[in-house]
Design a protein around this ligand. Structure first.
Ligand SMILES: Cc1cc2nc3c(=O)[nH]c(=O)nc-3n(C[C@H](O)[C@H](O)[C@H](O)COP(=O)(O)O)c2cc1C
Length: 491
């Protein structure tokens, strides 16, 4: 990747390809229509690339003058052909529906002073050329990137648009993530890659917007193409726990054409189930005239070879006593044998890394994603696994205890650290175990280990990241990320 980018090269390319598309179409069209097509294509590209963003910036700047800098969320975009910009607008609309003021600016309009005044920044950026930044980020790249700003006050979320066919996939997004992280900004969510406009990745972004705004009931931008699965089994894994109930669910796939349970449905360790909740009496949204409900996301905790799709779902209860839309539907209202709307989302950012040694770190229901990976390791005969798992009390909250202890007894888990925070006077979490075992961690990393982290972003993943930074250092952690040896699925 070259940086700073060569000005305008990508802009010319994208414009050329748009006009070429219109030219191809025009060969079959009568002449006046072909001229109109070319002109129309050129004008719409101009509109998408320059005029529309400019007008919207003017409108946004104007409307946001009244909102305090501290409170409003800044949405920074970098867009070559208009897609990132349109997503910035959708993001602003979503926040507005949730009652949060926001402001859309191109990256070139961001200044150090503005970054200092901002507390929450959402970045929506594409990559163009050969891993380059779009034109409306070129000044940002030349003027701000070389600066050593202190951005410890800043929380960021980053949506990186790209296309896997290019060798520098989402390169500009990753470069920004790296730059902000090195200046102390903390993530509101992990970077989300969007491959060629992938709608599921965009729903994942919406999922975070819902968490950020506290309004998780807003309809999806696009409804998942659900399949009809069947709820086969449900069991509470932590009766009498001090925490909320956690359920193990098992679903069977839709029948295939021959009437057999769908044997063509597959997924990999690390993939996600998107669930479509249904209105129910005890949920915040109920009744026949309920609006379309947004999807909910859960890590899949089993492998296709297990004959069913398994989930670990914590039942959420809101202040008004109603249950969370997704968790309430799955754990309290859907009946055994009932159809569940489900779609599997591939999550390549959390697929099994090809390392001989694997360190799996997680808390609570984060065990789900780690369990699928451990099953995968057992299935492929890879024994060098180290699980660091945290919950509250061993007697109540040791989810999948028999799986874990069996794996340990059979030599699939030569290292196991269990951190039950409330089993002793002093609270003990996974990051504490990791720090105590710093020497072993360094040793495993030297032998080529990869690290998987799954569970809560607030608290666990941030603390684990800081511990890894302290033990391994920034350079090694950056290298591990670049090599795909430090992967996270945090929420
Ligand atoms: C000329 C051109 C070059 C591109 N180069 C890359 C690239 O190096 N890496 C990448 O991940 N995506 C690349 N893409 C894909 C874009 O990032 C993707 O289409 C994105 O959705 C465009 O968003 P935008 O309309 O906001 O610019 C390229 C697209 C074009 C048209």
């Amino acid at each position: 990747m070259k940086f700073p980018k060569q000005l305008f090269s990508a802009g010319r390319l994208s414009l050329a390809s748009g006009v070429a598309g219109a030219l191809a179409l025009s060969q079959a069209a009568p002449r006046p229509l072909s001229v109109a097509l070319i002109a129309g294509s050129y004008l719409s590209l101009c509109w998408a690339s320059w005029i529309s963003p400019w007008l919207a910036e003017r409108r946004q700047q104007h409307s946001s003058d009244a909102a305090g800098h501290e409170e409003r969320i800044l949405i920074g975009y970098a867009s070559q052909t208009g897609f990132a910009f349109s997503l910035a607008q959708k993001t602003a609309e979503h926040l507005q529906q949730a009652g949060l003021p926001s402001q859309i600016l191109s990256l070139n309009q961001l200044t150090p002073a503005l970054l200092q005044q901002t507390r929450r920044l959402l970045l929506i950026v594409s990559t163009t050329g050969e891993g380059d930044a779009p034109d409306n980020a070129d000044q940002f790249c030349r003027k701000l990137l070389p600066q050593q700003l202190d951005l410890q006050h800043l929380q960021i979320g980053l949506l990186a648009l790209g296309d896997r066919h290019y060798s520098h996939y989402c390169a500009f997004g990753h470069q920004l993530a790296h730059w902000f992280a090195h200046r102390g900004a903390t993530p509101l969510c992990d970077l989300i890659e969007v491959d060629n406009g992938d709608e599921a990745a965009l729903r994942h972004w919406q999922h975070y917007l819902g968490q950020l705004s506290g309004h998780t009931e807003l309809a999806d931008w696009s409804t998942p193409d659900y399949q009809h699965w069947t709820l086969q089994q449900r069991q509470c894994l932590n009766p009498d726990s001090q925490g909320s109930p956690v359920f193990h669910l098992r679903l069977t796939p839709p029948a295939g054409e021959d009437g057999e349970a769908g044997d063509t449905i597959g997924w990999k360790a690390g993939d996600i189930a998107e669930i479509g909740p249904q209105p129910a009496p005890g949920l915040a949204i109920s009744g026949a005239d309920a609006p379309p409900l947004p999807h909910r996301e859960y890590s899949i905790s089993s492998l296709p070879g297990d004959g069913g799709l398994e989930l670990l779902v914590r039942q959420l209860q809101k202040d008004d006593g109603s249950l969370g839309l997704g968790s309430g539907w799955l754990t309290a209202y859907a009946e055994i044998g009932q159809t569940i709307q489900l779609r599997i989302r591939s999550n390549p950012q959390f697929h099994t890394p090809g390392a001989e040694r694997l360190i799996l770190i997680g808390n609570g229901t984060g065990l789900a994603g780690l369990r699928a990976h451990l099953k995968q390791r057992v299935a492929t005969g890879q024994r060098q696994n180290w699980l660091i798992f945290g919950e509250r009390q061993r007697s109540k909250d040791f989810f999948h205890q028999s799986d874990i202890l069996d794996w340990q007894a059979q030599g699939w888990l030569p290292e196991l650290d269990l951190c039950f925070s409330r089993d002793q006077a002093e609270r003990r979490y996974v990051q504490h175990a990791l720090r105590e075992r710093a020497a072993l961690l360094a040793d495993w990393m030297e032998q080529g280990a990869a690290i998987l982290v799954c569970g809560s972003l607030q608290g666990m993943a941030g603390e684990v990241h800081q511990t890894l930074l302290d033990v391994l250092g920034e350079d090694q952690l950056d290298q591990l990320s670049d090599q795909g040896r430090y992967l996270r699925d945090v929420y």
